[in-house]
Design a protein around this ligand. Structure first.
Ligand code: BG6
Length: 510
């Protein structure tokens, strides 16, 4: 196994003179005909190759039911790369990459197909020099995870041989609740050792998310005020303008809270709230994140301090949008949430009494993900109160996407003869400060899997603690009523505004 668990993501990102290049290896994608594979995984593999970060003989095997030959598969990858890759298409890179592409046709219970997969890997080891090092990417619905890992075991594909590695890469959602996540962890760990299991939370692969750690721990400016003495509350928003598109089969019955709060938003919260880790290796990071997740306290009154919503018809981007219950493939009586907001607190010395408001939704006003740390008002103001009538609270906003950067909001004197103070902002924009564009999250994560670098992957403990937070909320929702309706293209149900208004606060309009 490559011993890179101690790698430092901050140093790696900053030091372009030391590119981290994967050693001999290959990737097998299960569920290769799906959307994720076409839009994210295949382009990410090409982008890595184009940046010179993959080994010369890198191999990509697709596994699916389609009746494809290797050439058909290569053509699909080609088209996906042309359409979705971040970097420009270069024929010589493509020619080299496509040498190592193979397709294996079969279903997950098809023993013959897994035998073929095994012989394909053995052949690639010889022809492409992949060295027996393969990662198996499970981009399949969670109900198939156990079957696929058991098949890998049965056919000797998960055997860790001396001097080489076999890894499992598992897409979210990891389970449906705490119980199923534990069962899944047990099945996966029976086959793969914990350090060879990489659970994907693609938010952790985003540059702006990694920058939370740089912002907090590479500077002196923020950390002294990053606590209950100065922070009034924190708002974490992940808003999307899209609906569920063609994902009815996946989404219905899962909903917004399980789809993104359990993973992306709780991870953002953990990174925002955690103590400084002793180092930036995976163990130290996990230790700090799990302390935060373990200290989360749910609101006493779940009816008042959690909200779920479902989009109704409306207007989105100038077009008429149908409501969730009218979407193709959705049960017209579905109670699935497409919007969720929760108020959480963290019971520790740093954060006691500071609410963390998390919200996410589909078909909202616009696509934006941000973390807003909102500070308390100045304890005393020497100005006449009319001077500060229009002054809001100071805030530090980490803009995760799409307009990546950081904004600081504070009060400033309006030019003129009288003293009037108004909000202004100071802005850092990635696009202006750096010339290179940020790699896609999946580029970073696939590279890290091949390098065996586990820093950006949630561990068992984190996944289970996150379900522990969400389970009581989901149970409560199950038993009480239906989601509130909100018009597509708006900022969610009125109940979510009321939830903050009761605390004397309001959601930011990002
Ligand atoms: C996925 C969710 O994890 O994240 C999707 O399953 C969501 O429902 C997507 O649309 C959003 O990702 P991003 O990177 O576009 O914010």
């Amino acid at each position: 196994m490559t011993a890179t668990h101690g790698a430092n993501p901050l140093r790696d990102a900053a030091d372009r003179r030391l590119p981290r290049i994967a050693g001999p290896s290959g990737l097998v994608i299960f569920g290769v005909t799906g959307d994720l594979s076409r839009k994210k995984l295949m382009p990410a593999v090409y982008d890595l190759a184009n940046r010179g970060l993959l080994p010369p003989g890198f191999s990509l095997i697709g596994f699916a039911r389609r009746d494809w030959e290797d050439e058909d598969f290569a053509q699909v990858v080609h088209d996906a790369v042309k359409e979705h890759a971040r970097t420009s298409f270069r024929e010589e890179v493509w020619q080299q990459l496509s040498q190592g592409m193979r397709f294996v046709q079969g279903t997950f219970d098809d023993d013959e197909a897994f035998n073929t997969l095994k012989s394909t890997i053995d052949d690639l080891d010889k022809s492409q020099g992949t060295g027996g090092n393969f990662a198996f990417y499970l981009s399949v619905p969670p109900k198939f995870f156990p079957k696929v890992v058991q098949q890998l075991k049965k056919h000797g594909l998960a055997d860790q041989k001396e001097g080489s590695w076999r890894r499992a890469v598992i897409e979210k959602p990891f389970g449906h609740d705490l119980k199923s996540a534990k069962e899944l962890n047990a099945v996966v760990h029976e086959v793969f050792p914990p350090n060879e299991v990489f659970r994907i939370d693609h938010y952790l692969g985003k540059e702006t998310v990694q920058n939370i750690l740089a912002l907090r721990f590479a500077n002196t400016l923020f950390e002294p005020i990053w606590n209950r003495s100065y922070v009034d509350h924190v708002q974490i928003t992940m808003a999307e303008d899209i609906g569920i598109g063609g994902r009815a089969g996946y989404y219905d019955g899962i909903g917004a809270a399980r789809d993104v709060i359990q993973n992306h938003l709780l991870q953002l919260m953990a990174l925002t709230a955690m103590e400084e880790p002793a180092s930036f290796d995976a163990d130290a990071l996990v230790a700090e994140k799990t302390k935060v997740l373990g200290a989360v306290r749910l609101p006493k009154d779940l009816a008042a301090d959690t909200v779920r919503g479902q989009y109704a018809a409306g207007w989105q981007g100038g077009e008429r949008a149908v409501g969730y219950l009218e979407e193709d493939g959705i049960d017209p009586k579905s109670k699935t949430d497409t919007y969720a907001a929760v108020k959480l607190e963290i019971e520790n010395r740093r954060w006691a009494g500071v609410p963390f408001y998390l919200r996410t939704g589909k078909r909202l006003g616009r696509r934006v993900t941000e973390i807003a740390v909102v500070f308390q008002r100045a304890p005393h103001s020497p100005f006449d109160h009319t001077a500060t009538d229009e002054l809001g609270q100071n805030a530090l906003v980490i803009r995760v996407q799409p307009d990546e950067g950081v904004t600081m909001r504070f009060g400033s004197k309006v030019p003129g003869t009288s003293m009037e103070v108004r909000d202004v902002s100071m802005d850092f924009q990635y696009g202006e400060s750096f010339t290179e564009s940020s790699p896609e999250a999946y580029e970073r994560l696939i590279l890290d899997v091949l390098l065996g670098d586990a820093n950006l992957f949630p561990r068992t403990e984190e996944v289970e603690l996150s379900w522990k937070i969400l389970d009581p909320i989901e149970d409560f929702w199950d038993k009480h009523g239906r989601p509130a309706q909100y018009e597509s293209g708006t900022w969610g149900p009125a109940e979510a505004d009321e939830m903050l208004a009761r605390d004397g606060r309001s959601w930011r309009r990002p």
